[in-house]
Design a protein around this ligand. Structure first.
Ligand SMILES: O=C(C1CCS(=O)(=O)CC1)N1CC[C@](c2ccc(OCc3ccccc3)cc2)(S(=O)(=O)c2ccc(F)cc2)C1
Length: 268
């Protein structure tokens, strides 16, 4: 009988064996997808059903007239809530907890806000440019009283770019894991270890995209410089806020937010 044309079994396909085995690839994919599913804060379907529930004009006005420090305090609390889920996501990613504690902190400090922006795109309706905020979908205008509309519009633009790609939860999970486990982050002690994890994620992500015929999105994903520019802008605006309201940040902002975004005043 004819030899089978080719051995189509999974394990023989052209995986760079040096990086990851077929079984490890399957396990890694499950780990990434589950870690995201279990820590995504709001389920995509719940955000979806609400996406045409927008704030009325009077509601918008009430947000509009809130004092700047009050609006900042509310957003900072929402950021802190969301980042607690992101920390949980990191802890469930295989390999993250095996990194030395210093590197775990370095990756979270550099990546937490970036992952929040990726997650925020799940809560963005790119047909009417509104984003989920405190129960309904809000236009850009609603955030005017924060006094950093350039930062908020950069966030909206970013969410728009991701929104039109219509990323699946699996794709967001991998994009988040690869953003977090970035071997190029400054101050990493064991860069090699993060590099190996990142490379395995890359192979697994490419495999998922090939299987789902979504390779096209790779070239359309925003470059990491774009993400870090928005995070830089956030730090600048936080600085301006602290100048305008000295003491509020220290007294009213949650410890996790301060730890991640407010550098200790050098007591030199
Ligand atoms: O998206 C989420 C949640 C996590 C992911 S999810 O489960 O899919 C949906 C819910 N967010 C949670 C926190 C949110 C947030 C995101 C970024 C952010 O940037 C830093 C910053 C800090 C202080 C002032 C200005 C900017 C602040 C808050 S938010 O408050 O809802 C908010 C949203 C839009 C906006 F224009 C301003 C604030 C987005």
């Amino acid at each position: 009988a004819m030899e089978p044309y080719c051995n189509l079994s999974f394990s023989s396909c052209l995986l760079p064996e040096s990086v990851i085995s077929a079984t490890e690839l399957e396990l890694l994919t499950q780990n990434v997808v589950l870690a995201h599913q279990e820590t995504c804060q709001f389920r995509q379907e719940n955000l979806h059903v609400l996406r045409w529930e927008t704030f009325s004009t009077p509601e918008m006005q009430s947000f509009h007239h809130k004092p700047m420090d009050q609006m900042w305090e509310r957003c900072v609390c929402h950021v802190t809530d969301a980042i607690q889920y992101i920390v949980e996501f990191a802890k469930r990613l295989s390999g993250f907890m095996d990194l030395n504690p210093n590197d775990q902190i370095v990756l979270l400090k550099a990546g937490a806000m970036e992952l929040l922006l990726l997650r925020m795109s799940r809560a963005f309706n790119c047909y009417n440019s509104t984003v989920y905020f405190e129960g309904k979908y809000a236009q850009l205008e609603l955030f005017h009283s924060l006094g950093c509309i350039d930062l908020i519009s950069a966030m909206f633009d970013f969410c728009h770019i991701l929104g039109v790609l219509n990323l699946s939860e699996h794709e967001i999970a991998f994009y988040s894991a690869m953003t977090l486990l970035d071997p190029c982050r400054p101050w990493l002690q064991d860069k090699q270890k993060v590099e190996t994890l990142h490379r395995k994620l890359q192979v697994a992500f490419r495999h998922l995209l090939r299987r789902t015929h979504r390779e096209g999105i790779i070239s359309k994903l925003p470059h990491k410089e774009r993400l870090s520019a928005i995070c830089q802008l956030h730090l600048e605006k936080l600085n301006v806020f602290q100048q305008m309201y000295p003491g509020i940040a220290w007294e009213r902002f949650p410890p996790l937010y301060k730890e991640l975004f407010i550098s200790e005043p050098d007591n030199s």
